[in-house]
Ligand binder design. Structure first.
Ligand SMILES: [Zn+2]
Length: 391
């Protein structure tokens, strides 16, 4: 439980971090606190090294002015995500600035032990990028596949099919800080809500069409089911098309078997020679290609359009944000806009805002780290503020 004192300490740290206050006087005016209270609270934050105080020689006579600044290096988090077939880790400071990025590529057939070894090495190397005064407060894994967030468990991933029920809390226990787990699409949508300033009551659907197909949905001011890590597994909706194609999930004839890059990649490479491997490079490669000339793309697109329109009839989002390599192509994006504006039922409502995400990591990092950093700062200012040594 956050006490009133902790609340005030965090409010002051926020004001200074956001540049809305640089002095005790500015803090007191904005928070409506007495000057003695402000001085006491600021003193505690300076003692805990959350705020720095420097004195400027004043031009006029009298006491020199004290200028407060936020110490973004006080705490750091290691953020781990999956891009294509690679684990990518970033060292991130309290201002959500990425200090450095490292990656590891465990082979496709790695089992739990091999993945744990790769993760431990990656996290240790990434944590070593922080300056020595930074305390590692969280390891945040933003992963694809099926997760069990309350148990910090990565259950299944199509990228490493021999991995099963990997307990990340246990695997990363040696780092002596809290391990957080979030579905990567939930993190990205949470971050986009912050970046694009979605209203509290606005509903948003994020739909990713790439190596895999998945979605996340936000309503009521938060991403639905993010605390469980299971939602919108639309890539594995059954098509019932009788083709009996094997999916990575163990079932047959899921949507991914006709539309995901992992399944249509080989045919796509015949139509578009020199097709690269990574989603980002594919996006650049296909950005201005005549994708609609390709039979395999047209088939995949028609399934994706039907799925998206049906999801809109189910969820009625105010916004639809499309991500992945295909939708970067203007012809493909145009088809999505058309499908959503022409559909009866949807047409009679307020227009759905359709946009394309650029695939940068910043929103995913912001969405994944906001809560862990807020929690770690609250824990630190409400206790004795002792610096825990880096592992
Ligand atoms: Zn499947």
């Amino acid at each position: 439980m956050e006490t009133p004192r902790t609340h005030d300490l965090l409010a002051i740290a926020d004001l200074v971090r956001d540049g809305r206050a640089t002095s005790r006087g500015m803090i007191g005016r904005q928070l409506g606190l007495r000057s003695t209270t402000v001085s006491d609270l600021v003193g505690q934050l300076v003692a805990r090294d959350v705020l720095h105080e420097s004195t400027l020689r004043s031009r006029s006579k009298g006491r020199p002015a004290a200028v407060l600044s936020f110490n973004a290096h006080r705490l750091g988090a290691v953020f781990v995500t999956v891009i294509d077939q690679t684990l990518v880790a970033c060292a991130v400071d309290l201002n959500l600035r990425v200090i450095g990025t490292l990656s590891a590529a465990p082979p496709h057939l790695s089992d739990n032990d091999a993945l744990i070894a790769a993760l431990r090495r990656l996290v240790a190397d990434t944590a070593a990028l922080f300056p020595p005064e930074t305390e590692l407060c969280a390891i945040v894994c933003s992963l694809s596949g099926l997760l069990d967030v309350p148990r910090s468990t990565w259950c299944v991933s199509s990228r490493w099919p021999n991995m099963r029920n990997l307990d990340l809390g246990q695997a990363l226990a040696e780092f002596a800080c809290r391990v957080w787990l979030i579905r990567n699409l939930d993190a990205e949508l949470a971050g986009l809500r912050l970046y694009e300033r979605h209203g509290a009551e606005e509903t948003a659907l994020l739909l990713h069409w790439g190596h895999g197909i998945g979605a996340a949905f936000a309503a009521g001011g938060d991403v639905v089911n993010r605390n469980r890590g299971r939602s919108c597994e639309i890539g594995h909706w059954r098509l019932g098309n009788g083709q009996n194609r094997q999916c990575t999930c163990g079932n047959t004839d899921c949507l991914e078997t006709v539309a995901a890059l992992w399944s249509i990649g080989p045919k796509l490479a015949q139509d578009f020679p020199g097709l690269p491997q990574s989603e980002r490079e594919i996006a650049a490669h296909l950005g201005h290609a005549d994708l609609l000339d390709s039979t395999v793309v047209r088939k995949a697109l028609s399934e994706m359009l039907r799925l998206t329109a049906n999801l809109c009839r189910l969820l009625f989002p105010d916004r639809v944000i499309l991500t992945g390599p295909f939708v970067q192509n203007p012809d493909i994006f145009g088809r999505f806009v058309e499908a959503l504006s022409d559909a009866p039922i949807l047409r009679s409502l307020d227009k759905v805002r359709v946009s394309v995400g650029d695939g940068h990591l910043a929103p995913e990092i912001a969405g994944a780290l906001s809560e862990p950093f807020a929690q770690a700062l609250a824990d630190m200012v409400s206790c004795d503020g002792k610096v825990r040594p880096m592992p």
